[in-house]
Design a protein around this ligand. Structure first.
Ligand SMILES: Cc1cc2nc3c(=O)[nH]c(=O)nc-3n(C[C@H](O)[C@H](O)[C@H](O)COP(=O)(O)OP(=O)(O)OC[C@H]3O[C@@H](n4cnc5c(N)ncnc54)[C@H](O)[C@@H]3O)c2cc1C
Length: 429
């Protein structure tokens, strides 16, 4: 099994993964058509697509494949954004631009599950749907409207009554909500390793423990320096998400990296059959989101954020256990069996952004916590950007990285907004 840095609790998904992947460190100076930096789903989906188009692609991962958010996620496959539905997207970008983007989001889960099938990725993929329970009556009305919009855009989406939601969750307390039957869940770490295997199968050269330390333009090419060696390539794609450092400082300043914690129970035996009996994934409408899904052995896997990080390893599992027991009182009074954390790239407008510079440097960033399916769909878009597809034909229009106001301060204190979110959630009717 791939080694995980000792300072990081490893995600449950590593222990469950039957997919294996190992790649060497970069040794020797090499040349490529494109270098992709970042061995998460975004980088791998981009590299895979470029290799399928006949490009010579090298992918560099600083640590190990799946080390970033891709290996640590909750694993929910969601074909919808956190804030914007089709109507909001059309208001932002009327006409062809908005329609292309809606189609991209709508098809994102299809893209992910097609990759699973095409490359036989062994990641416990379940496509039984994704549920969004509404925590207030107002939210139930709003998400019923959202379901209607997505259904009109071609998605298998429908509103659910409070009683229907109760039956689907195996828990009461919600006011209804909606379902997207195209969604589901995966072991995200196994999926990421399988995607790396697929990328190599298509001809991508992957190097692990090979951080890009410096990139600079040298005539017509990029020179990418790793601790040992160098690569030359005319095109360079950054897929470094919340781990973005200073390779492109304005890209780093365009996001706020937020820590999200995960926790999982022991296998629940017969009780697991009464929780999410249809084996969907669920994330509710709260701003301080509550979400959960089962793994293949009947563990309940959930997570949360914390305003104060101190003592997270004990406080967070206790918080998650309490919230889960509020919903499922039959859960045993046992400590959570697994705990880990990851970092999410948030943008101010909660939209994914595509960036392209004239010197051949491209990037996409801003999963906003719903990036597993989106990253699969954005891979080909980033590949299009690299390949010189004109701006108006790209599914996401490239922009300059928009700076987060007071970035240094905002990045440090962003999580302090959590108590305000909790207050607002509790006041909604
Ligand atoms: C705890 C958690 C739960 C989540 N749950 C869900 C969920 O249920 N559903 C969902 O849709 N989304 C979820 N997300 C979001 C989802 O995981 C991400 O959107 C997605 O994995 C992003 O993939 P990525 O490839 O863009 O980034 P990452 O997977 O973070 O990959 C970036 C990679 O770049 C590498 N890197 C950085 N700098 C360099 C460098 N200089 N040189 C070489 N390599 C470098 C890093 O090591 C890292 O491996 C969750 C995220 C977290 C953290």
């Amino acid at each position: 099994m791939t080694a995980w840095p000792v300072d990081q609790p490893s995600p449950l998904w590593m222990a469950l993964s039957r997919e294996r992947f190992e790649a060497p460190e970069l040794r020797g100076d090499i040349e490529a058509d494109v270098v992709v930096i970042g061995g998460g789903i975004s980088g791998l989906a981009t590299a895979l697509e470029l290799a399928r188009r006949g490009r010579k692609v090298v992918l560099l991962e600083a640590v190990k494949i799946g080390y970033g958010a891709s290996g640590r996620a909750n694993g929910q496959v969601i074909s919808a954004l956190t804030r914007h539905g089709p109507a909001a997207i059309r208001t932002l970008w009327p006409g062809e631009r908005g329609e292309r983007f809606i189609a991209l989001v709508q098809g994102a889960a299809d893209t992910l599950f097609t990759l699973v099938e095409t490359y036989g990725i062994d990641c416990d993929a379940r496509r039984n749907g994704w549920l969004q329970p509404a925590h207030s009556k107002g939210r139930a009305r709003r998400v019923a409207g959202l379901a209607e919009q997505w259904a009109a855009a071609g998605a298998p989406a429908a509103a659910l009554s409070a009683r229907e939601m109760e039956a689907r969750l195996g828990a009461g307390g919600y006011h209804g909500g909606w379902e997207h039957r195209g969604g589901g869940h995966i072991n995200p770490y196994a999926f990421t390793l399988g995607l790396a295997r697929a990328a190599v199968q298509e001809g991508v050269s992957i190097f692990e423990e090979s951080p890009a330390l410096r990139v600079e333009r040298d005539g017509d090419t990029w020179l990418i320096e790793t601790p040992q060696d160098r690569i030359r390539a005319p095109k360079l794609a950054l897929a470094t998400a919340a781990h973005t450092g200073n390779l492109w400082p304005s890209l780093r300043r365009s996001i706020v990296p937020v820590t999200s914690y995960q926790a999982a129970t022991e296998p629940l035996g017969e009780l697991a059959e009464r929780i999410l009996p249809g084996d969907e994934a669920a994330s509710d409408t709260r701003m301080d989101l509550r979400y959960f899904r089962k793994d293949r052995d009947g563990r309940l896997v959930s997570g949360a954020a914390l305003a104060v990080q101190l003592g997270a390893a004990t406080r967070l599992p206790a918080l998650v256990a309490r919230r889960l027991r509020e919903m499922f009182p039959a859960l045993p009074h046992k400590p959570m069996a697994f705990f880990w954390r990851g970092r999410i790239a948030m943008t101010v407008d909660r939209l994914p952004h595509l960036h392209r510079r004239e010197d051949g440097l491209c990037a996409w960033i801003g999963c906003n916590g719903r990036g597993l399916a989106l990253a699969c769909a954005m891979g080909p878009v980033l590949a299009d950007a690299i390949d010189g597809v004109p701006d108006d034909q790209l599914a996401v229009r490239p922009t300059e990285p928009p700076p987060v106001p007071l970035h240094a301060i905002t990045s440090r204190i962003a999580r302090l907004i959590l108590p305000w979110y909790r207050f607002k959630d509790s006041r909604e009717i």
